[in-house]
Design a binder for this molecule. Structure first.
Ligand code: F6R
Length: 236
C-alpha cells in the first residue's frame, strides 16, 4: 500500500483526477468504480475541467458506483444517482447507459443487487476504483461489523454514518437520512485492478491510523485494503 500526502484538498483532488485521466488515456474503454460523498467533489470538478479542455474522452468509459440509499427516488436531491449526474455525468460525454448505480428503489432489492454484481462481472471488472472513507472506516457502506456479505447487498447504516451524513447532507436531520442502502461488498471492491482511496480532513484520522497500524479488522473495513496489491491512499 502506498500513501501520498497532499498540502491541501485541491492538490489531492487534482492528483486523483490525474490518476483517473491516465487510466482512461491508457484504456479508453476503462471501467471505473466511483464514490459519492463530499470528498470526491473536487476530483469530479477537475475531471469536468479536463473533459472541457479536451484532455480526456469518456465516450467509451463505463462506471459502477459503490452504493445508493434505499427509498430515495433517483431524482431526490440526496440520491447518489442525482449526485453523480450533477457532479460528473451531466458534464462529460459518457454514455448514460454506461453509468451504473445500484438500485435503491427496485421492488426486489436483493435481486437487483445480484443483477448489478453480475453486470459488473460481465463488464470485465473495474480497472480503477476510487474510494472515500467513513469516519468509522467504512468503504462503500460496508460498516464495521463482525461479518458482512462479500458482494453487493442491502445494508443498514451505522448510527455514526447516519449522524455524519445528516450533518453534511440533510441539514442535521437524522430522521431524513435513509437508514438502509445497497452497497458493493468488500469482495466486489477488492476485485478491482487498482484502488485509490481519498481521505480529507481530521475526522478521518482515526480510520487512517487503523489502516496505518496494518492490522486487519472488520471493525475498520478499510483495513482489508492491505490484502490488495495496488492501493494508494491520497491524504489531505
Ligand atoms: C460514498 C461511500 C462512502 C463515502 C464515505 C465518506 O459512495 O461509499 O463510503 O465515501 O462515507 O464520505 P465523505 O466523502 O462525505 O466524507
Amino acid at each position: 500500500m502506498k500513501k501520498n500526502n497532499y498540502k491541501d484538498y485541491a492538490a489531492m483532488s487534482r492528483a486523483a483526477a490525474d490518476i483517473v485521466v491516465a487510466t482512461v488515456k491508457a484504456k479508453p474503454n476503462a471501467v471505473l468504480g466511483l464514490p459519492t460523498g463530499s470528498t470526491p467533489i473536487g476530483m469530479y470538478a477537475e475531471l469536468v475541467k479536463d473533459y472541457k479542455a479536451g484532455k480526456v474522452d469518456f465516450s467509451e468509459v463505463t462506471t459502477f458506483n459503490l452504493d445508493e440509499y434505499i427509498g430515495l427516488d433517483t431524482k431526490h436531491e440526496q440520491s447518489y444517482r442525482r449526485f453523480m449526474q450533477e457532479q460528473l455525468f451531466d458534464h462529460i460525454n459518457i454514455k448514460p447507459s454506461n453509468t451504473h448505480i445500484p438500485s435503491g428503489t427496485a421492488k426486489d432489492l436483493n435481486k437487483a443487487a445480484k443483477e448489478f454484481e453480475d453486470l459488473l462481472k460481465k463488464s470485465g471488472g473495474v480497472d480503477l476504483f476510487v474510494l472515500g472513507i467513513g469516519t468509522n472506516g467504512h468503504i462503500g457502506f460496508n460498516e464495521p461489523a463482525a461479518s458482512m456479505p462479500a458482494y453487493t447487498h442491502v445494508v443498514g447504516l451505522a448510527e455514526e454514518t447516519i449522524k455524519v451524513n445528516a450533518d453534511k447532507f440533510f441539514a442535521g436531520d437524522m430522521k431524513a437520512v435513509p437508514k438502509t442502502a445497497v452497497s458493493m461488498g468488500l469482495a466486489t471492491i477488492m476485485k478491482a485492478n487498482k484502488i485509490i482511496l481519498l481521505s480529507n480532513g481530521e475526522s478521518k484520522n482515526d480510520a487512517i491510523a487503523k489502516i496505518d497500524s496494518q492490522v486487519l479488522t472488520l471493525d475498520c473495513p478499510a483495513t482489508v485494503l492491505h490484502m490488495h496489491r495496488d492501493v494508494t491512499l491520497l491524504i489531505s
